[in-house]
Design a protein around this ligand. Structure first.
Ligand code: F6P
Length: 530
């Protein structure tokens, strides 16, 4: 592997000054540097990757044995080695492909049985007088269903759905205010059923329901892999939907954690969402690496992050209903690949997962795109856009949206030279030193890489494909980097310290022995508390 990384570094140095526009001298650049599935097109032609670089990147896939790791994942091997677990969120969407074994046992009967129970429950809720569903969860038990419910709002014909995650009392308080307790269903979504934020919010919601004439014994459901704990909380087993420890929190949207989404859009549309994920799984398993969308998306990521050294990547959906996708991908990518230690226990010799951020276009254009176009740092941009919207009467809006999306990737690539900027200033009547000064501010360096994922329309099937595409991209990057993408030890220390700090904040223990900064902050809290 070391040699391949070296070759890539050499190619990067040799091509750093090349203009991406130059690569389009080859007439088939766009077709050659894009990947199609039956429904979607992923275009990475507007990057500095050429045939030679791609060939070396594909060597990484070979050498890291991505195909073998992928097959081990789908086959239920315990590839999450630090936790000794299989990684089988793919089984949750495996509607049509038969048995999946973990330690010699087919898990599909249980998966399909739970799915059938979810469908029945969702139908019951949709047909009952329930007006509002409150999903209480955090991280993967919140971001997935919240993102997807927002994304699929044109298909939302069930009760209103609300998502409460933060332990900040403001979140639950603002959400419950105005809801009718008698017609509200509370779903407590927590894989472990121990997460302090979720359990605190769940208890608050239970008290609110009791105080406002609702019946928590009938109006609470739980989504968890810790079924004894859901019983202790008092939730009837008929409303508990369980899953196994081989479903990671940030990969759990496909099963019980997706219940609020299923209630919102109905079981049929939810099935379409699963089938979209399943289709991407099939593509990921079958397509040759250079035609494999998750693999090529991952390799573009590796090129920009590990080789070119661009520390962040922006996710820019030109799709308002995907406004939560950047938040969702932050957890998916940064919790999965934000590691420093390799699978073998050694430190990583290179940077691992990038910083992922972004916002929906066109809004971002009027906020942070200035830096993306003219700042000193290069931010690879990942655009997503649908060929069609859901508003037939507002087609002109969608045309504008598409034009803006295409304009941004073109502008990033082409830029505007000093000559072009000077000509513009000349047209405005400027001359001499003033012309030159003003022109300089209007130069765009260009040569900034971006990719575009385009799809027919953001329907449940397509959303399933997109989410699965990113999951597999993160997996491939993790395998190439040699890290375990499926644990998250980095979230533990803060949790432990918060637990220990609680009595100090409450004034029941002394801050002696704490560092001066923490002690000073606690002192401020005590002096200013009502
Ligand atoms: O703290 C991180 C984390 O474990 C995430 O990985 C997970 O999605 C989230 O907390 C919520 O966990 P749970 O579903 O067990 O409440």
């Amino acid at each position: 592997m070391t040699e391949i990384w070296q070759q890539l570094n050499d190619r990067e140095r040799a091509t750093a000054d090349r203009r991406i526009t130059k690569l389009f001298d080859a007439p088939d650049r766009a077709a050659e540097f894009s990947v199609r599935t039956q429904h979607m097109l992923f275009d990475y032609a507007k990057t500095n990757i050429d045939a030679e670089i791609r060939a070396i990147l594909l060597e990484l896939v070979e050498q890291a044995d991505v195909a073998a790791r992928r097959d081990a994942m789908f086959n239920g091997d315990a590839i999450n080695e630090t936790e000794g677990r299989a990684v089988l969120h793919t089984a949750l969407r495996n509607l049509d492909s038969g048995a999946v074994e973990v330690a010699g046992e087919d898990v599909m009967p249980e998966v399909l049985d739970t799915l059938a129970r979810m469908r029945r429950f969702a139908d019951e809720v949709r047909e009952s007088g329930i007006t509002d569903v409150v999903n209480i969860g955090i991280g993967g038990s919140d971001l997935g269903p919240a993102m997807a419910t927002r994304a699929l709002s044109p298909y939302h014909d069930g009760p209103r759905c609300h998502f409460v995650s933060n332990v900040d009392g403001a979140h639950i308080s603002d959400t419950l205010r105005g809801l009718e307790a008698k017609t509200t269903l509370v779903i407590v979504a927590s894989k472990t059923f121990t997460t302090i934020e979720t359990m605190t919010n769940a208890r608050t919601a239970r008290a609110w329901m009791q105080d406002h004439g609702g019946d928590p014994s009938q109006q609470f459901a739980a989504l968890s892999s810790a079924e004894e704990k859901t019983a202790e909380f008092g939730i009837d087993p008929s409303r508990v939907f369980g899953f196994e420890d081989w479903v990671g929190g940030r990969y759990s949207l496909w099963g019980p954690i997706g219940l609020s989404l299923m209630i919102a859009i109905g079981p049929k549309a939810f099935d379409n969402f699963l089938r979209g994920g399943q289709e991407m799984d099939r593509h990921f398993r079958a397509a040759a690496p250079h035609e494999n969308m998750p693999m090529m998306l991952a390799l573009v990521g590796v090129w920009h992050n590990q080789i070119c050294g661009y520390a962040t990547r922006a996710v820019l959906p030109y799709d308002q209903r995907l406004e939560m996708l950047p938040d969702y991908l932050q957890q998916l990518e940064m919790e999965s690949n934000g590691k420093s230690v390799l699978m073998n226990g050694e430190g990583s010799p290179r940077d691992t997962g990038p910083i992922v951020w972004g916002a929906a276009g066109t809004n971002g254009q009027h906020a942070f795109y200035q830096l993306i176009h003219q700042g000193t740092r290069v931010v690879p941009c990942e655009f997503l856009v649908a060929a069609n919207g859901h508003e037939p009467d507002l087609k002109h809006h969608h045309d504008l949206l598409l034009a803006n999306c295409l304009a941004q990737s073109e502008a990033l690539m082409r830029g505007r030279s000093l000559d072009e900027a000077s000509a513009l200033m000349r047209d405005k009547g400027l001359a001499g030193a003033e012309l030159e000064r003003q022109a300089r501010h209007r130069v765009f360096p260009g040569n900034r890489p971006s990719t575009t994922l385009i799809y027919p329309r953001l329907d449940p099937f397509t959303l399933g494909q997109i989410v699965a595409l990113y999951e597999h991209r993160v997996f491939v990057e993790g395998v190439i980097l040699g890290i375990n993408s499926f644990d998250q030890w980095g979230v533990e220390l803060g949790k432990e310290l918060a637990k220990a700090l609680q009595p100090l904040v409450e004034g029941e223990a002394s801050a002696d022995g704490k560092d001066g900064s923490t002690a000073g902050l606690i002192d401020y809290i005590h002096r200013h508390r009502d």
